[in-house]
Design a protein around this ligand. Structure first.
Ligand code: PLP
Length: 419
């Protein structure tokens, strides 16, 4: 069955994504099953998306009811779920005078954020053509978001990209200050860099970037697409003392959301803070047919409501700490960068090799990811030595234990098979 589906995939689908690792047919909670009936514990959640896991009853109910009631209406009209979602997000973010624009993905949310930066410049006579982004940043694949994304392999095949973007070394405040002046419209950054391998900054970095933006009238835009919606144990990364180094949030002028917000339903959002920034877009300047439709927003409301009602963020903190502590105790693990249930696990290339063994040619972490699938775990590699874990936020300590037990064998087997 799996092979049949994969063959048909190869005949009809773009090769953009390489060969799919498996064909999946159903999911429940933290588990998914492939077309041959094999079960996997999902430590990736569709790349930090399935906040409530798979087929959560609250999500199924909200989506089903909404589909039976009102599915799509366009932005010529509004609906209760859309307004309710905007109210919930602005309240959770402490953006009381703020405003939401709903899109359908992360890259679209960042596209809107980029346009917000341009609007900020135009509001001042076009005097701010520059946007600062960070090295190693990932912001998406549409032309605007790609212009903010650092990796040359992603950017170069599509140049020329929208101009004015300057990249500075991530976490180096002096490098950022050297580029900062009154021609900067915005600094756009992730509070912790997800695709780069859950890479963090010095603890005072966010506050210093905030200050630099204030000093020069630039907008600070946080891309919370991966870090937001409880992933780190607070609603948003900018509220997490382990990220900001302070009990006070480092409040941005705007943030973007997607991934966990819909719990699997495609949705993105640009959230602006304060009246002035929220009024930069005027009617007709930006838009989308599907964005904010009742199906997506009703599902997102159910996600936020369930996370709140079930105190899932407390679970994120408890299970996240347990997972990180246990991983750090493994000799094959060199370092764990852990923020709640979002963890970059640096493998120790010195301790995993027996005498005479070589590292797998494709990289240790990708080989471990492939072997983990055989063992029934979905994990991910962000580079040759880093594993990324981003399981559903509802995962329990009992559900992470089997991976912790099996990981040393998975790593040893991945190495052995490459030799
Ligand atoms: N920004 C960040 C921080 C992301 O991690 C991603 C996706 O991985 C994106 C933007 C792009 O989101 P999407 O894939 O929904 O377009």
């Amino acid at each position: 069955m799996t092979q049949d589906l994969l063959d048909r995939y190869q005949r009809t689908m773009t090769n953009m994504f390489g060969t799919p690792a498996r064909a999946l047919v159903k999911g429940e909670g933290v588990y998914v099953w492939d077309a041959d009936g094999k079960r996997y514990t999902d430590f990736l959640a569709g790349i930090a998306v399935n906040a409530l896991g798979h087929a959560h009853p609250a999500l199924v109910e909200a989506l089903t009811q909404q589909a039976k009631t009102l599915g799509h209406i366009s932005n010529l009209f509004t609906s209760l779920p859309q307004v309710e979602l905007a109210e919930r997000i602005t309240t959770l973010a402490g953006a009381e005078d703020g405003a939401c624009f709903f899109a359908n993905s992360g890259t679209e949310a960042n596209e809107a954020a980029f346009k917000l930066a341009r609007r900020h410049s135009h509001a001042q006579g076009g005097t701010r053509p520059k946007v600062i982004a960070l090295q190693n940043a990932f912001h998406g694949r549409t032309m605007g978001a790609l212009a903010l994304t650092w990796k040359p392999q992603y950017r170069e095949p599509f140049e020329p990209l929208p101009g004015g973007v300057v990249f500075v070394p991530a976490g180096d405040i002096d490098a950022l200050l050297a580029e900062m002046d009154d021609t900067v419209a915005a600094v756009i950054m992730e509070p912790v860099q997800g695709e780069a391998g859950v890479r963090d900054f010095p603890l005072d970095y966010l506050a210093k970037v905030r200050q630099a933006c204030d000093d020069h009238g630039a907008l600070l835009i946080f891309d919370e697409i991966q870090s937001g919606i409880g992933r780190t144990g607070t609603w948003f990364g900018f509220q997490n003392p382990e990220i900001t180094g302070s009990d006070e949030p480092v409040t941005p002028d705007a943030m973007t959301l997607a991934k966990g917000l819909g719990g699997g339903m495609p949705i993105g959002a640009l959230v602006t803070f304060g009246k002035e920034v929220s009024e930069l877009f005027t009617a007709g300047q930006h838009g989308t047919t599907f964005g904010g439709n009742p199906l997506a927003t009703a599902t997102a409301v159910a996600v936020l409501e369930t996370l709140e009602q079930d105190d899932v963020l407390a679970n994120v903190r408890t299970v996240g700490k347990y997972l990180a502590d246990e991983l750090r105790a493994l000799s094959s693990v060199k370092d764990v960068r852990a923020y709640g249930l979002w963890q970059g696990v640096e493998l120790n290339t010195d301790t995993v090799l027996a005498q005479g063994q070589q590292l797998p040619a494709a990289g240790l972490a990708p080989a471990v990811v492939a072997k983990a699938l055989d063992y029934g775990y979905i994990i991910n590699a962000t580079d040759a030595t880093t594993l990324r874990l981003a399981p559903p936020l509802i995962i329990t300590t009992e559900q992470v234990d089997p991976l912790l037990q099996d990981l040393p064998n998975i790593i040893a087997e991945a190495v052995a098979e490459a030799n």
